[in-house]
Write a protein that binds this ligand. Structure first.
Ligand SMILES: Nc1ncnc2c1ncn2[C@@H]1O[C@H](COP(=O)(O)OP(=O)(O)O)[C@@H](O)[C@H]1O
Ligand SMILES: [Mg+2]
Length: 415
């Protein structure tokens, strides 16, 4: 890379500052003085409002790095830009209009031409929108027009995300649909993304269509709502960092960050337990996120709920539970669930209350999987129910007795 690259950063439609990358790879983000003087929101948790630049040696700052595409979309972007070097910043500049949250990146000298893929309709549609979204599953950014969905046009904001069937993970969209339904039943008071399996204009395959929680439509105008996932909040990079840590780090972030509320540690704890029950082993840092609100950071609805345990390559729980790292979900024990609760700063009464809530709703969750009106095999439904039953019996059922045993022991010591 011979030249300095730079882009203009916007928060919704307001110009917020400049991000540049020097030939050495060093990246610098600087707020514009107009943004600093207009009582604006920080663009990221890691970028509090200040006039001094934020410098990241050798690489993009985690906030920007995690906005970039991954997997097939990132490869398609690199090909479209005919980019010979492996530069994430260049891809963000080319495809930074529609990103996760309220921030966008605009190239001051946009490329007039982007090489579209002559063969693949999905890749073409994904590139045309100048959008980036992380995650490895094939997905498209789409808008709802009347009762129909279509891919976004160039520099148009999306309202929904479409996830498409993926070669080696059979029935992946049906699995995500059913898993999400089960989690909704397990935690009826929590919020979970809204979705349906639907067709998209000009795309052959049906897709899982998910409503974006970071877009609001009012008087036909789409506004971006800001959020960050935990790789961004914790200052971790894209790639494998999302697996490098523990669930307790999420609870600790909520418990120690000004503006967060302790009730959300309880809420998140229940979410993680629900993930474990349904076999969502791939619940890593990028699959939990918080909205920027006027009162502080608040959990987004839960998303990317997939009973990955159904696939042979996903039996290891994505993050550590206390000191238990690379834990096979089959080896998850009641003590792990209790330790996790304590790591979240929760007392035994709340831990028991959380498991009792899940116990009460287990039958409804299984029933939802059995009766969901989607086109999928009985075998798949049975498999997902079987995963939940096994997990309940193996890891959850004896939490109550174990807690009272521990309490009795504690009481005896005191007397
Ligand atoms: N409903 C949604 N609204 C807004 N952003 C979302 C939504 N669902 C997912 N995202 C964002 O998109 C990223 C990728 O989506 P995800 O469902 O996790 O895909 P994958 O299965 O490929 O990991 C998430 O990490 C999150 O930042
Ligand atoms: Mg994901």
């Amino acid at each position: 890379m011979a030249t300095t690259l730079w882009g203009k950063i916007y928060y919704n439609d307001t110009y917020a500052g400049i991000l540049q990358q020097e030939p050495s790879g060093r990246c610098i983000f600087t707020y514009d003085t107009s943004y600093l003087s207009s009582s604006s929101q920080p663009i990221a948790f890691t970028f509090p409002l200040r006039k001094e630049p934020f410098i990241s040696e050798g690489d993009l700052h985690p906030f920007f790095d995690n906005l970039g595409a991954e997997g097939w979309l990132e490869n398609a972007q690199a090909k479209a830009l005919k980019s010979s070097n492996n530069n994430r910043f260049e891809r963000l500049l080319g495809f930074g209009y529609d990103l996760a949250g309220a921030v966008s990146i605009r190239d001051p000298e946009p490329r007039a031409h982007i090489q579209l893929d002559p063969v693949d309709e999905v890749t073409n549609a994904a590139l045309r929108g100048r959008a980036s979204l992380s995650g490895v599953q094939r997905k498209l950014l789409i808008v709802k027009e009347g009762n129909q969905y279509r891919p976004t046009r160039t520099n148009e904001l999306s309202t929904h995300i479409a996830k498409l069937p993926s070669g080696n993970l059979t029935d992946i969209i049906e699995v995500e649909y059913l898993t999400t339904l089960a989690v909704k039943k397990l935690l009826p008071e929590d919020s979970t993304v809204e979705m349906e399996i639907a067709t998209i204009n000009s795309i052959t395959q049906p897709a899982l269509v998910i409503k974006r929680f970071d877009r609001i439509i009012s008087n036909s105008k789409i506004t971006r709502v800001h959020f960050e996932e935990f790789n961004q909040l914790l200052g971790l990079h894209s790639g494998d960092d999302k697996y490098n840590g523990s669930y307790e780090m999420l609870g600790n972030f909520i418990n120690t960050t000004p503006g967060c509320i302790p009730a959300e540690a309880d809420r998140l704890y229940r979410r993680i337990l629900a993930c474990l029950i349904v076999g969502n082993t791939d619940a890593h840092f990028k699959n939990f996120a918080m909205l920027h609100t006027r009162d502080g950071l608040r959990l987004t609805p839960s998303y990317d709920l997939v009973a990955a345990n159904r696939y042979s390559q996903f039996h290891t729980i994505a993050l550590s539970i206390g000191s238990a790292s690379n834990l096979d979900i089959g080896n998850l024990k009641p003590k792990h669930i209790i330790d996790l609760g304590r790591g979240f700063g929760l007392n035994d009464k709340i831990i028991l209350d959380a498991t009792n809530e899940l116990k009460r709703n287990l039958a409804a969750a299984k029933q939802a999987i059995s009766t969901a009106k989607i086109d999928c095999s009985l075998k798949l439904r049975s498999k997902l129910i079987d995963i939940m039953e096994k997990r309940w019996n193996g890891s959850f059922d004896s939490i109550g007795p174990l807690l009272s045993q521990r309490q009795n022991k504690g009481a005896k010591h005191k007397t």
